[in-house]
Design a protein. Structure first.
Length: 332
C-alpha cells in the first residue's frame, strides 16, 4: 500500500514538473517582447497612474506613446517638461503648450436656497437622476463632491457648498470635468486670470431672486471691456479668452461678483512730471481714478485704480507708468 502511495506521489510530482515545463515553454514561445523604449518613457512619467490620459496607468500610456497612438503632451500631470523629455526620448518634435487648470463656473453653494431635503446617495450624478439640483438654481454646483472623489491629486474640496479648486495642486488632468454631471467645470489656460464663475442661463431677475453671486446679464462687463472680448449669450457673460488681456475691468465692474479676478495684487498707475494735463487719461479711466485740472499735472487715486493700463495706452507724453507687484494666487 505504501509503495502505491509513494508511486502516486512521484507520478504527481512528475506530472506537475511536466506541466510546469510546458507552461514555461509556452510562455517563452508566445511571450510578447516589450520595446525597451517603453520602460525608458515610463520612467520619465509622473507615475501617479491617474488615468487622466485615458489609459489605465503610466505603463499603458508609455506603451501607447511608443506605438504612436498618443502624444507625450496628453499627460497633463507631467506638464511640458515631462512631455518634452518623453518626446526627445522617442525622437519626436517637442512643443510648447500652455498649461491648463480646472475652473468651476459656480460659487453659489450654500448661498442658494435649498429646494429639497435629500436623503439619498451622496452623489451628484445620483441627484441628477431625480432632479436638476438640490438647490433653487438648476445650473449650479450640486455640492456632493463627485469631482472631489474623481480628483487623483486632492486638488478639489467643498467650500461653502460648492466645489473649489486648489490651483497649486491641480494638474489639469480633466478627471473632474468628466465627473461633473452639471458640466460646470472646464479647463482654462493658467495665464488666464479673469474668469466667469457662473453657469446660469436664467433671466437676471430670476437669478437675483435665488443667488446673490449669479450673473444677471446686465452687460456692464461687455460694455466696459476695452478689447470687446465679452458677450452676453443666453443670459450669461461669455469671455473670449483668446482676446482677453486680463485687465480685470469686467470683474471690478460686475455687480454680483460672478466674474472672478485671480490676480490678488494688481499694479497701479503713476503719472510722471512729463504730464501736460491733456485729460485723455481722465476720459478713458473706467473707475474715475485720475483727477487734475486741465493743463496741470494729473494724479492717480490709487484706492480706485486697478492697474488696467488704459491711461498709459492713451498718454501721448508717455507720462503714465504701471508699477507694483502683480501677485497671482499661489499655483506652483
Amino acid at each position: 500500500m505504501s509503495d502505491v502511495i509513494v508511486y502516486s506521489v512521484l507520478s504527481l510530482t512528475a506530472l506537475g514538473a511536466l506541466f510546469g515545463l510546458g507552461l514555461a515553454l509556452a510562455a517563452r514561445k508566445f511571450a510578447v517582447k516589450q520595446d525597451p523604449r517603453v520602460a525608458k518613457v515610463e520612467a520619465l512619467l509622473p507615475g501617479v497612474n491617474c488615468g487622466g490620459c485615458g489609459y489605465a496607468g503610466c505603463l499603458a500610456f508609455a506603451r501607447a506613446l511608443v506605438e504612436g497612438v498618443v502624444s507625450p503632451y496628453d499627460c497633463a500631470p507631467g506638464g511640458t517638461e515631462t512631455a518634452n523629455a518623453a518626446a526627445e526620448a522617442l525622437g519626436l518634435a517637442t512643443e510648447e503648450r500652455v498649461p491648463v487648470v480646472a475652473v468651476v463656473a459656480c460659487k453659489g453653494g450654500n448661498r442658494v436656497e435649498a429646494k429639497m431635503d435629500y436623503q439619498g446617495l451622496a452623489s451628484c450624478k445620483a441627484v441628477t437622476l431625480l432632479s436638476e439640483n438640490l438647490r433653487a438654481c438648476p445650473y449650479g454646483c450640486i455640492g456632493l463632491g463627485d469631482c472631489v472623489e474623481a480628483c487623483p491629486f486632492g486638488a478639489i474640496s467643498m467650500e461653502e457648498g460648492y466645489a473649489a479648486v486648489d490651483e497649486g495642486e491641480c494638474t489639469g488632468c480633466g478627471k473632474c470635468v468628466e465627473a461633473c454631471p452639471k458640466a460646470i467645470i472646464g479647463l482654462v489656460s493658467r495665464p488666464q486670470k479673469v474668469r466667469v464663475v457662473c453657469s446660469s442661463h436664467d433671466k437676471g431677475k430670476n437669478v437675483k431672486s435665488i443667488c446673490e453671486v449669479g450673473c444677471i446679464a446686465c452687460g456692464l462687463c461687455a460694455k466696459n471691456c476695452p478689447v470687446k472680448c465679452i458677450e452676453i449669450k443666453d443670459n450669461l457673460a461669455v469671455i473670449d479668452y483668446e482676446k482677453c488681456t486680463n485687465c480685470g475691468i469686467c470683474a471690478a465692474k460686475c455687480p454680483t461678483d460672478s466674474i472672478a479676478d485671480r490676480v490678488t495684487a494688481r499694479p497701479r498707475a503713476f503719472i510722471g512730471p512729463s504730464c501736460t494735463g491733456c485729460g485723455d487719461c481722465v476720459k478713458v479711466c473706467p473707475f474715475k481714478a485720475i483727477q487734475g485740472e486741465e493743463g496741470k499735472k494729473h494724479a492717480v487715486i490709487h484706492e480706485k485704480c486697478i492697474g488696467c493700463g488704459l491711461c498709459r495706452d492713451v498718454c501721448k507724453e508717455n507720462a503714465v507708468t504701471i508699477a507694483g507687484a502683480l501677485g497671482h494666487l499661489p499655483e506652483d
